[in-house]
Design a protein around this ligand. Structure first.
Ligand code: DGL
Length: 280
């Protein structure tokens, strides 16, 4: 038995989709969630910058919060930093890319799978690489969706504007006649109604959240790290940005477990130069 918490992080609210699945599947496990809202979106940043943020957050989770495992609940960070974190953290590290792809491959009937993600995730080639390893025969169409993350962070998940943007960005997937779309960014399940509407009712949307939670359970069990299953736990939510907004919007997205957020500060500000467009 190991009652230490599990660390979960994302650039903002997106990882709450994974946190929800973890809370539901593993009720005795306590979570410490970091939303790096001061430096989001990650998707438009350089890979080395995202890697630096990921290392900084994981170090905080292990050294300060005392977590027994780190869940990288952000596709952009997992795409560029998973192996590095696994070699530096000193605790097991679980990502979202491979579990998500596995779920999509299992769901697809015709093997025509679309993956949508941030510019950083799609450009990293992480899904293309994972597909070559897991199912080289699958017909994979990848599309970056810059701007989706910002809509979710603003709490705008179902507006005309996001619908118009989705019609434009999802056109390559519609043209490729995919039968399954993997939401390869943990923010995107909050846009599922809009994405589903644009793709049509015959196309299945798959999130990485549940499959990632199953992977976490497997790793906890095989490493002897499970907590007492029936104990009462209080999850902790940390934000590097506006903690009031994090508690308010996060509570709406996750549910009643998130009713307050604590401030956390990281040393690198991640300030952007003026010509960098924040479109993740
Ligand atoms: N939820 C993150 C992901 O899965 C969003 C990245 C961003 O901040 O652009 O990629």
């Amino acid at each position: 038995m190991d009652n230490r918490p599990i660390g979960v992080f994302d650039s903002g609210f997106g990882g709450l989709t994974v946190a929800r699945a973890l809370i539901d599947l593993l009720p005795g496990e306590e979570l410490v969630y970091v939303g790096d809202t001061a430096r989001y979106p990650y998707g438009s940043r350089r890979a080395d910058e995202v890697r630096g943020f990921a290392v900084e957050i994981a170090e905080h989770l292990v050294a300060v919060e005392g977590v027994k495992m780190v869940v990288v609940a952000c596709n952009t960070a997992a795409s560029v930093a998973l192996e590095l974190l696994r070699s530096t953290c000193g605790v097991p590290v679980v990502g979202v890319v491979e579990p998500g792809l596995r779920a999509a491959l299992g769901a697809s009937v015709r093997g025509a799978v679309g993956v949508i993600g941030t510019v950083g995730t799609i450009a990293s080639g992480s899904y293309q690489q994972a597909a070559r390893e897991l199912a080289p025969e699958v017909d994979l169409t990848c599309a970056a969706c810059p701007g989706f993350v910002e809509f979710v962070e603003r709490g705008e998940t179902d507006s005309d504007q996001v619908h118009v943007l989705a019609e434009r960005l999802l056109a390559p997937l519609v043209d490729a006649r995919v039968d399954t779309v993997l939401l390869g960014c943990t923010h995107y399940p909050y846009l599922a109604r809009t994405i589903g509407d644009v793709m049509g009712r015959d196309v299945l949307l798959v999130s990485s959240a549940e499959e990632t939670a199953f992977d976490v359970r497997d790793v906890l069990e095989s490493s002897g790290l499970r907590a007492e299953p029936s104990r009462h736990v209080e999850h902790r939510f940390l934000s590097s940005g506006d903690t009031e907004w994090f508690a308010e919007m996060g509570g709406r997205l996750l549910g009643p477990e998130l009713d307050q957020a604590r401030a956390v500060t990281f040393s690198s500000s991640g300030a952007r130069s003026r010509n960098e467009e924040p479109t993740g």
